[in-house]
Design a binder for this molecule. Structure first.
Ligand code: FAD
Length: 546
C-alpha cells in the first residue's frame, strides 16, 4: 500500500478491522506529530482527518518555525526556550523545508522597546534558544538598517537588529510528517470525520465515523483516543460531555499576498504597526506575504476568510512602514485566514493569550490537546505519547521519543550545503526542459529530493508547454504519494498555488482538473463540482474586496 487515494478502500478496510492502541482525531501538525511519535515507538496507531490533512490552522499560519520573540515581552521564558530550541531540530529533520531566514527588526524613535531593551531581549532570546555564535543577533545603526531595507521610512528609524529564524511551508511540513508516520506503520486517512465516541464501562474505546466521500458510517476501535482537532477540540469535548470551564478561545489571523514587485522587501522583516502590535512581511518567490491580525472569532470554523477591515489594517501597516509603496486593496493578489486554538484566560485580550499548549483528560479517558505552535509540534507529541504510554501501555517495553532523530523525508538533504548542491543539479537538469532557476528553488523547497521523481515524470511526458508539463508531473506524483482526494488538496495545500501563484493556478486549472478526472475516473458531474468548488475557494481569498 502507498500513501495514496488509489489505496483508499484498503485503508478503510484496515481501519474497520483493526484494534488500535491509539487513535488520533485531526490531521493538522499536532495530530500528525503525535501519529509519527506513537508509530515510531511501536504503538499501533490510526489518524482520522475530516477534511484534508492540514486543512485547519496548519495551512494558514505565518509559516515560520520561530521562537516567538513577542512571547519574551509576555515573560513566557519556558515557551521561548522550548520552541526556540526546537527550531534547529526541525531544521535538521527537513533542511529543504525549514530554511534559515534572517529577520530584520527596525527600531523607531517613539515606538517599540527601544534600542537597548531590544538588544538585551534578543540576547536573551538567542541564549534561551541556544543559537550558534555566528547566527546570534546583530544590532544595526540607522544607515545599516536602511541599507538592509531601503523601503523603510527614513525619518523615524533609529536603528535595527538582525536575528535568526526559520521559514517553512506549514501544510507541506504537516503532510511530510503524516507520510513519515505512515512509513513507520500508522494508518492515516483524510475525508473521514469522527461524529461520536464508543464507550465500554464509561471509558472511550473507539469512535464512530462518517466517510465524507460516500456517507458510509462505521466504527474504529482503539484503547486510547486523542483529540487533536485544533479549533474543533471543544466540539468533540462537547460530544464527549467533557467540555469544562477550561475551554478554547479562538482568535483569527489573516495574511495578505502582494506581488513581489509591489512590495520588494529584501528579506523578512518584523515591524511595529500603530496599535502597538507587530506584523511580518515575508518575501517568497514572486510574492511577499504580510500578516497577521489577531482578533476574537466566533463564526463558522469551516470557512474563515479575510474581511475588508482585516485587509485594510494590514495595508495601512505596510504603507505606514514603507511609505513609497502606496499599496491599495487592489494590490492584494490572494489571502488566507486561520484560527488560533488558544486556551481561554479570563479578562485577557486576543493578543495577550498564552500560546502554550495544554492537555485535558476527561473522566471517560479522552485526551485532548490544544494551544501550542507549529514550531513546538514535536515536543507536544512527545508529551501526549508519554502520557498515553503511562496510562495504558506501561507494561510494554516501549522506547522513549526519538523523533528528534527521524528525518522527515526519505533520502533527506542533510544540511543547507546539501540543499544548495542539489539545487545546482536540478537547475542543470531542468534547463533542457524550458524551466527556470526559480522553478528549481520552489520545487526543492516543496519536495526536497522527491523533485527527482517529478522531473523524471516530466521528461517522459513532454508537450510544447513546459509549465503545464511540470504541473501535471507534480499532480501525478502527489496523486500517487500524498493522498490527494479533491482538486483543492492539490492547489491549496500540496503546492500552495492558491496563495503563492494564483495567476498560474487560474491558467492551468482546467487541464489539471482534466488530468485528475482521468486518474480518478471522475464523471462530468464530479468534474463540474470540483471546478465550482475551486472557483468558490478562489473567491474566498478575495472576499475582502467586498
Ligand atoms: P489544525 O491544523 O487546525 O488541525 C486540526 C484538524 O482536525 C483539522 O484539519 C480539522 O479538519 C480536523 N478535525 C476537526 N474535527 C474533526 C473531526 N470531528 N474528525 C476528524 N477530524 C477533525 N505557529 C508557528 O509555530 N509559527 C507560525 O508562524 C505561526 N503562525 C500562525 C499564524 C496564524 C494566523 C495562526 C492562526 C496560527 C499560527 N501559528 C504559528 C500556530 C499554528 O499554526 C497552530 O498552533 C497549529 O497549526 C495548530 O495545529 P493543530 O493540528 O492543533 O490544528
Amino acid at each position: 500500500m502507498t500513501f495514496s487515494v488509489f489505496y483508499r478502500q484498503e485503508m478503510l478496510a484496515k481501519l474497520k478491522a483493526q484494534q488500535y492502541d491509539l487513535l488520533i482525531i485531526g490531521g493538522g501538525i499536532t495530530g500528525a506529530g503525535i501519529a509519527l511519535d506513537a508509530a515510531s515507538r511501536g504503538l499501533k496507531t490510526a489518524l482520522i482527518e475530516k477534511n484534508d490533512f492540514a486543512f485547519g490552522t496548519s495551512s494558514r499560519s505565518t509559516k515560520l518555525i520561530h521562537g516567538g520573540l513577542r512571547y519574551l515581552k509576555q515573560l513566557e521564558f519556558a515557551l521561548v526556550k522550548e520552541v526556540g530550541s526546537e527550531r534547529a531540530i526541525v531544521h535538521q529533520l527537513a533542511p529543504h523545508l525549514v530554511v534559515p531566514e534572517k529577520m530584520l527588526l527596525p527600531l523607531y524613535e517613539k515606538r517599540g522597546l527601544g534600542y537597548w531593551l531590544t538588544s538585551i531581549g534578543l540576547k536573551i532570546y538567542d541564549w534561551l534558544a541556544g543559537v550558534k555564535a555566528e547566527d546570534q543577533r546583530r544590532m544595526l545603526t540607522k544607515p545599516q538598517t536602511l541599507q538592509y531595507e531601503p523601503l523603510l521610512k527614513t525619518d523615524d528609524v533609529k536603528g535595527g537588529a538582525i536575528y535568526a529564524e526559520y521559514r517553512t511551508d506549514d501544510a507541506r511540513l504537516t503532510i511530510e510528517i503524516a507520510k513519515m508516520a505512515f512509513a513507520k506503520g500508522a494508518d492515516l486517512i483524510n475525508y473521514v470525520s469522527v461524529v461520536d465516541f464508543i464507550y465500554t464501562d464509561e471509558q472511550v474505546t473507539g469512535v464512530k465515523v462518517t466517510d465524507e466521500t460516500t456517507g458510509d458510517e462505521f466504527n474504529i476501535n482503539a484503547t486510547t483516543v486523542v483529540n487533536a482537532a485544533g479549533p474543533w477540540v471543544d466540539e468533540l469535548r462537547l460530544i464527549n460531555k467533557s467540555k469544562t470551564t477550561k475551554h478554547l478561545h479562538l482568535t483569527k489571523g489573516v495574511h495578505i499576498v502582494i506581488p513581489y514587485h509591489r512590495l520588494p522587501v529584501r528579506q523578512a522583516i518584523y515591524f511595529d504597526v500603530p496599535d502597538g502590535r507587530m506584523i511580518f512581511a515575508i518575501p517568497r518567490g514572486r510574492i511577499t506575504y504580510v500578516g497577521t491580525t489577531d482578533t476574537d472569532y466566533s463564526g463558522d470554523r469551516n470557512v474563515v476568510f479575510a474581511t475588508n477591515e482585516d485587509a485594510r489594517y494590514l495595508i495601512e501597516g505596510i504603507n505606514g512602514t514603507f511609505p513609497s509603496v502606496h499599496l491599495t486593496l487592489a494590490d492584494i493578489e490572494s489571502s488566507w485566514a486561520g484560527l488560533r486554538p488558544l486556551i481561554h484566560e479570563e479578562g485577557k485580550s486576543a493578543s495577550e493569550l498564552s500560546r502554550k499548549d495544554e492537555i485535558f483528560e476527561s473522566p471517560t479517558g479522552l485526551i485532548s490537546i490544544a494551544g501550542g505552535k507549529l514550531t513546538g509540534y514535536r515536543k507536544m507529541a512527545e508529551r501526549v505519547v508519554d502520557l498515553v504510554i503511562r496510562k495504558k501501555f506501561e507494561d510494554r517495553d516501549l522506547p522513549p521519543c526519538t523523533t528528534h532523530l527521524l528525518a522527515l523525508t526519505p533520502n533527506r538533504l542533510n544540511d543547507v550545503a546539501a540543499v544548495a548542491e542539489y539545487k545546482k543539479q536540478v537547475v542543470a537538469r531542468i534547463a533542457t526542459l524550458g524551466l527556470k532557476g526559480e522553478d528549481a528553488a520552489s520545487l526543492i523547497h516543496l519536495y526536497g529530493r522527491q523533485t527527482d521523481q517529478i522531473i523524471d515524470r516530466m521528461m517522459a511526458n513532454r508537450t510544447a508547454d513546459p509549465d503545464l508539463d511540470l504541473l501535471l508531473a507534480e499532480l501525478w506524483y502527489l496523486l500517487h504519494h500524498e493522498m490527494i482526494v479533491k482538486a483543492n488538496d492539490f492547489f491549496v495545500r500540496r503546492t500552495g498555488l492558491l496563495y503563492f501563484d494564483l495567476p498560474r493556478l487560474v491558467k492551468l486549472l482546467d487541464p489539471a482538473l482534466q488530468s485528475m478526472a482521468h486518474y480518478l475516473n471522475w464523471d462530468i458531474d464530479r468534474l463540474r463540482e470540483e471546478r465550482s468548488a475551486m472557483e468558490e475557494i478562489i473567491q474566498q481569498t478575495l472576499l475582502f474586496k467586498n
